[in-house]
Write a protein that binds this ligand. Structure first.
Ligand code: SF4
Ligand code: SF4
Ligand code: FES
Length: 506
C-alpha cells in the first residue's frame, strides 16, 4: 500500500493507491452523486450517476469503479459531466411516478435531492408511465416498485452480506423490477436495513409508513438500548415522541446496520408505554400527587427508614446514573446494592449483531457495582429501584415496599409501590453505556424530560440536598469525569452533544 497524489477539481489530494476516485473524493469532502455505490457493498457501477472526467481519457468514467493513480487529474463538474448526470437522471424519471407529495421518503430522498441539484427542470416524456402496482416483500417491508431506481443495493445486501438472498431483479430493460424469491421470502432478524439502504421511497418499513414527514423530525445521536451490542443509532422525534430509529455509522460497532428489533426499539419508550406522573400510596391506593409534595414525602420516608432500605439498579441506567446512585447510597450508609438481571436469549449467542444479553449497560453496572447481587437475593423489606424495568420483573416476596424511580409500574409490583417517581426517557438524558466489549458510548438528551419525569442525576442531587447528604459530585459533568476513572479508555464524543438537528436541513 502506498500513497498517491491526485487532483480533483483543481485540489491536490493524497489518497491510498487502493482507493477509487469516489473514495478519494469522499475522504476529501468532495461530493460525487451516486446511487449504486455503497461503501459496504460490492461495486457494480450500473447507475452511471458518478461519472467524472479524467484528463487523458477520452470518455467519462464511473468514479465508483475507477482506481486512483499517481498524477491523475479528475474533474467532477464539467459541462460534459453535468450533461451526462442530467441525462442519467432524466432516464430514471421517465418511469418514476413523481409522487413526492405522498411518498414516505420525501424530504430525505436522494433522487429528490439530486434532481433538484443536478437534474433538468422539465420532463420531455409525454408517454404513459409503466406501472408495477404495489406489494409487500415481507411481513415488515412493502415495495413501491415504480419508485425504484434499480441501484440493486437491496439485492447485494441480501446476497453478499446476509447470504440468504431473497431479493432479485427480474425482467430486463424497462420491465426490470425488484422482487422476492417466492420459495424463501425475505424474512429474518436483519431485513429492515434494506429500507435505509434504499436511496428512494421504494422499500419502506411498514411500521414507518406515514408516521411522520421527515422534514418535521428532530434527530439525535444515540445508542440502541435493546442489547449489549450497543449499536449506534439516530433517534428521530416528532415533537416529544420518538417515532423512528435508524442506524448511525460506527465502523467499530455496527458499521451501517441494525437488527430489526433495534429499528423498532423506539416503541418500548413510546409515551403510551410510560407513566409520567409522580404517584404515592395513600389510603392503600397509589394516587397522583403534586410532584414536589410527593418528593418531599419520599424524603421524609427515606429519613425514617434509611437503615431498612436496599438499592436496586437497572442495567438500562447510564454509567453516570449508576455512579450517582452508588455515591448517594454509600453516603446514606446503604451498602446493599442489587441489580435487575437482563433477559438472556440463548439463540442470539452467536448472532451477527444481536447479543444474548438484552440490556445496554450490564457491563458498566458490573464494573461500577461489582458487588451488586441479583434482586432475587434482596433481604431488605424496602427496596428503591432505579431505572427502566421489564414488564415481568419480579422481586422476592419478603420485600414489602418499593420506591420506584422508573418509566413504568409493572402490574405485579403495583401493590408494593409506595412512591413512584417517573424517570426521564431514553431521549431525555445525557450519559453513557458500556457495551459488551467495554466500549463506552454516549446518548444525547434530545428533549427535556416529559411530564413530571426527572433525570435521575438531578433527582439524586435534589435528594442529597433535602437529606443533607454530601456527595463527591455536583453535576453530570463531574460524573462524566468519574466514568473516565472507571473506564480510562473512554473518549467523550463531543459531537454527540451538538444541538439536535432537523432532518430536513441537510
Ligand atoms: S428497491 Fe431501492 S435499494 Fe432496491 S434496487 Fe430499487 S432503489 Fe435500489
Ligand atoms: S443488535 Fe442489539 S444493540 Fe444492535 S440494534 Fe439490535 S438490539 Fe440494538
Ligand atoms: S455510483 Fe458509480 S455507477 Fe452508480
Amino acid at each position: 500500500m502506498s500513497r498517491v497524489k491526485i487532483k480533483i477539481d483543481g485540489r491536490e489530494i493524497e489518497a491510498e493507491d487502493w482507493m477509487t476516485i469516489m473514495q478519494a473524493a469522499q475522504s476529501a469532502g468532495i461530493e460525487i452523486p451516486h446511487f449504486c455505490y455503497h461503501p459496504a457493498l460490492k461495486v457494480v457501477a450500473t447507475c452511471r450517476l458518478c461519472v467524472v472526467k479524467i484528463e487523458g481519457v477520452p470518455k467519462l468514467q464511473t468514479s465508483c469503479s475507477t482506481k486512483v493513480s499517481d498524477g491523475m487529474v479528475v474533474w467532477t463538474d464539467t459541462e460534459e459531466v453535468r450533461r451526462a448526470r442530467a441525462d442519467a437522471l432524466e432516464f430514471l424519471l421517465i418511469n418514476h411516478p413523481l409522487d413526492c407529495p405522498q411518498c414516505e421518503k420525501a424530504g430525505e430522498c436522494t433522487l429528490q435531492d439530486y434532481v433538484f441539484k443536478y437534474g433538468k427542470p422539465q420532463s420531455r416524456f409525454k408517454e404513459k408511465k409503466r406501472d408495477f402496482g404495489k406489494r409487500d416483500i415481507s411481513s415488515k417491508i412493502k415495495i413501491r416498485p415504480n419508485r425504484c431506481v434499480l441501484c440493486t443495493r437491496c439485492v447485494r445486501y441480501a446476497q453478499d452480506l446476509l447470504k440468504t438472498g431473497g431479493l432479485c431483479v427480474v425482467e430486463r430493460g424497462g420491465k426490470a423490477n425488484i422482487t422476492v424469491y417466492p420459495e424463501n421470502g425475505f424474512e429474518g432478524d436483519y431485513t429492515l436495513n434494506v429500507t435505509t439502504l434504499c436511496p428512494v421511497g421504494a422499500l419502506i418499513a411498514k411500521d414507518w409508513a406515514y408516521r411522520a414527514r421527515p422534514v418535521y423530525l428532530k434527530v439525535a445521536g444515540s445508542v440502541c438500548p435493546l442489547c449489549s451490542m450497543g449499536c449506534n443509532v439516530f433517534l428521530d422525534l416528532k415533537g416529544i415522541e420518538p417515532v423512528r430509529v435508524r442506524p448511525r455509522k460506527n465502523l467499530k460497532v455496527n458499521y451501517y446496520w441494525l437488527c430489526d428489533y433495534g429499528y423498532l426499539s423506539y416503541k418500548s419508550f413510546a409515551l403510551s408505554e410510560r407513566e409520567i406522573h409522580a404517584l404515592e400510596r395513600k389510603n392503600f391506593s397509589l394516587v397522583r400527587g403534586i410532584q414536589e409534595k410527593v418528593i418531599q414525602n419520599l424524603c421524609d420516608f427515606i429519613k425514617n427508614h434509611s437503615k431498612e432500605i436496599g438499592v436496586c439498579v437497572s442495567p438500562f441506567l447510564t454509567n453516570e446514573e449508576i455512579i450517582a446512585i452508588k455515591e448517594f447510597g454509600s453516603s446514606m450508609g446503604i451498602n446493599s446494592f442489587y441489580f435487575i438481571p437482563p433477559e438472556y436469549v440463548k439463540e442470539h449467542e452467536n448472532a451477527w449483531l444481536l447479543k444474548a444479553e438484552k440490556a445496554p449497560n450490564m457491563n458498566g453496572l458490573r464494573k461500577i457495582l461489582p458487588s451488586a447481587k441479583e434482586i432475587s437475593s434482596a433481604e431488605e423489606k424496602i427496596i428503591a429501584i432505579f431505572g427502566w424495568i421489564m414488564k415481568d420483573t419480579s422481586i422476592p416476596s419478603r420485600v414489602e415496599k418499593i420506591i420506584l424511580v422508573s418509566n413504568r409500574i409493572p402490574e405485579n409490583l403495583k401493590e408494593k409501590v409506595e412512591f413512584f417517581i417517573p424517570e426521564a426517557g431514553w431521549a431525555e438524558k445525557f450519559g453513557s453505556w458500556t457495551n459488551f466489549e467495554g466500549r463506552v458510548q454516549w446518548l444525547t438528551n434530545a428533549i427535556e424530560p416529559v411530564g413530571e419525569s426527572v433525570r435521575i442525576i438531578d433527582f439524586i442531587l435534589f435528594l442529597s440536598k433535602a437529606l443533607k447528604v454530601s456527595l463527591k459530585f455536583s453535576s453530570t459533568e463531574d460524573l462524566v469525569k468519574m466514568v473516565k476513572e472507571y473506564f480510562p479508555e473512554a473518549e467523550v464524543e463531543r459531537e454527540i452533544r451538538d444541538p439536535v438537528r432537523k432532518i430536513g436541513v441537510r
